[in-house]
Design a protein around this ligand. Structure first.
Ligand code: IPE
Ligand code: IPE
Ligand code: MG
Ligand code: MG
Ligand code: MG
Length: 342
């Protein structure tokens, strides 16, 4: 090889390897480091201590991770959009404070929920504060009008999904399609938009933005189906939330909707009885409904649905016009999510 040729080669190797792809572990460290700064020692203590609490007791950080990974497909310096990513995590934690109040949940991330450790008013106001802090953080990030619109659409949509979730508790005729739309709003939007915002800020074209959004949206559907499955079949030592909460609340999950479809008249009547039971023993209700799930084969049915949707998600990722090797970490992420136990 001539000298000039070798220099050209060096330049080429340099220009392709300069693109730094971060691992999930490296990105999680950056996110956790950033999260530690949020609400640090702010006053009044009674407002900010619960915020520090919820942000410090764990969490998988999947939404900021997806944003950074989406960005990293196109750009090196993920730190540039760290505030945008932290905004999404702060918003997510706001939804958890209010969700736990709405769902009457006592445990989150293996610890007491904020309304249990403090009180309902605290969960409301510290939650509201996190919602505002989320917009503040996004505003401190990279400024981009399209990204702002995406952030607003995502965060508004989650509230719409949460309202359907609550409305469905007292309805008997919720269809599987309605359930899928409800979880698309309450859960998938945030995963889809996390990737889309990362892609927008990274300079992706419209087609890649669309495919990354679709990848996140599908993953989000599978993720919520899995969350509902874990609520019934999770390992209590690993799940970090109290099992059976959805059954107690009459949540119209994929599992309950399909159990009604598959049950014979006797089991349908039994499900009806538990849905309308007042002041019953929670443990008894959970055991009885789970027993019906087991008899009609809900476990397999939901697992199959999760696997199918994950496969669809991965096919959307394949369409993204970025070298395969750069997509490896996102594929790994999807794999890890599929096997999650909490
Ligand atoms: C919980 O979200 C709420 C759902 C959408 C199911 P995560 O499972 O991402 O909760 P953390 O942040 O990891 O605790
Ligand atoms: C909540 O769904 C999704 C949110 C927008 C917070 P769930 O109510 O099933 O979430 P968990 O199980 O309490 O985390
Ligand atoms: Mg809940
Ligand atoms: Mg809920
Ligand atoms: Mg749940």
């Amino acid at each position: 090889m001539s000298h000039s040729m070798s220099i050209l080669c060096d330049i080429f190797i340099f220009s392709t390897s300069i693109h730094n792809m971060y691992t999930i572990t490296e990105l999680t460290e950056r996110i956790n480091h950033g999260v530690e700064r949020i609400a640090y020692h702010a006053e009044p203590q009674n407002l900010y201590a619960p915020i520090q609490y919820i942000l410090s007791i764990g969490g998988k950080r999947i939404r900021p991770l997806l944003m950074l990974m989406g960005y990293n497909l196109y750009q090196d310096n993920v730190d540039d959009i760290l505030n945008n990513a932290l905004a999404l995590e702060t918003y997510h934690n706001f939804t958890l404070l209010h969700d736990d109040l709405m769902d009457k949940s006592d445990m989150r991330r293996g610890n007491p929920t904020v309304h249990k450790k403090w009180n309902d008013n605290t969960a409301i106001l510290s939650g509201d504060t996190m919602l505002i802090m989320a917009y503040q953080l996004f505003n401190q990030g990279v400024k981009n009008a399209e990204a702002w619109t995406a952030f607003i659409d995502a965060t508004l949509g989650v509230c719409e999904g949460q309202q359907y979730d609550i409305d469905f508790e007292t309805r008997k005729d919720v269809s599987e399609a309605e359930y899928m739309e409800m979880i698309r709003l309450k859960t998938s939007l945030l995963l889809g938009y996390a990737l889309k915002i990362g892609a927008i800020l990274g300079g992706a074209d419209a087609e890649d933005q669309k495919n990354l959004y679709a990848f996140g949206e599908k993953m989000g559907l599978a993720f919520q189906l899995q969350d509902d499955w874990l609520d019934v079949y999770g390992d209590p030592k690993k799940f970090q939330k109290k099992l059976g909460g959805d059954i107690v609340d009459n949540k119209k999950t994929f599992m309950l909707i399909n159990a009604y479809q598959l049950a014979d008249d006797i089991k349908k009547a039994e499900l009806d009885k538990w849905m309308s039971a007042q002041d019953c023993q929670e443990a008894e209700k959970i055991a009885a409904v789970t027993h019906i799930y087991n008899i009609v084969g809900i476990d397999r049915l939901v697992q199959k649905k999760i696997e199918d949707i994950f496969a669809q998600a991965l096919s959307c990722l394949e369409k993204v016009k970025v070298e395969n090797t750069k997509k490896a970490e996102l594929r790994l992420f999807a794999d890890k999510l599929l096997g999650r136990q909490y």
